[in-house]
Design a protein around this ligand. Sequence first.
Ligand SMILES: Nc1ncnc2c1ncn2[C@@H]1O[C@H](COP(=O)(O)OP(=O)(O)OP(=O)(O)O)[C@@H](O)[C@H]1O
Ligand SMILES: Nc1ccn([C@@H]2O[C@H](COP(=O)(O)O)[C@@H](O)[C@H]2O)c(=O)n1
Length: 217
Amino acid sequence: MIIAVDGPAASGKGTLAQGLARHYGLPHLDTGLLYRAVGVATQAYENDEQFETRAISAARALDATHLADLEALTSAEAGNLASKVAVIADVRRALFDFQRSFATQPGGAVLDGRDIGTKICPDADVKLFIQADSKARMERRARQFESRGQVVDRYALFHQIEERDARDMHNPNGGFYKADDAHLLDTTQLSIEAALRAAIAIIDKSMALKAGERQFS
Ligand SMILES: Nc1ncnc2c1ncn2[C@@H]1O[C@H](COP(=O)(O)OP(=O)(O)OP(=O)(O)O)[C@@H](O)[C@H]1O
Ligand SMILES: Nc1ccn([C@@H]2O[C@H](COP(=O)(O)O)[C@@H](O)[C@H]2O)c(=O)n1
């Protein structure tokens, strides 16, 4: 079974995807980490004319060793850099095969990102689009950073998240929108556990419906 989980920054899609992977015994890929790793590898060229070519080379050279330093990859700066390299068509092309072969491994997988249901796995068995209002997302991210001992400027963080969302939504090479067959799950008022229970209910119902359709076709 392939489960696609998409949604904006700090909506909780990664946490949810991890929980789903545990529940269904599937491997999980946080695809944002790939873009973050490319962004971090290209950081020194951010304001340089070589930025694009360096990002493409980094994407082509990416392997699992570049995904190890989670602390660096999950910083606000890495998220920002990720959304800058994510607009480059050849970067997306270079990362496509990695994501696609992860998704199509025997038994299936859970992938979370922005374009999983639309571009990477349009054939996913179940697609979830996770939503939460901007203030809730900012607060979740703020607490995440504070738990690492960082001092957080909530006003700046709110604007950073909105800016990144806007860049992602208007990315001409991205696919960040809710697929027609994706299930919308708003987690603004849901705890992590309640969001996971709601997602499992959606998936189980959807898989049961599909099994029923197969039986009568
Ligand atoms: N339903 C929820 N209620 C409260 N906190 C949550 C909820 N879901 C996730 N969180 C917390 O919010 C923070 C961000 O969650 P997470 O990393 O899963 O979001 P994300 O959408 O994957 O973010 P990004 O796209 O930026 O990687 C984490 O600290 C996580 O524990
Ligand atoms: N499938 C994806 C995943 C991510 N991106 C870009 O990477 C940035 C960081 O992603 P996070 O999920 O870790 O926040 C994100 O803002 C996107 O620009 C993407 O394009 N496609």
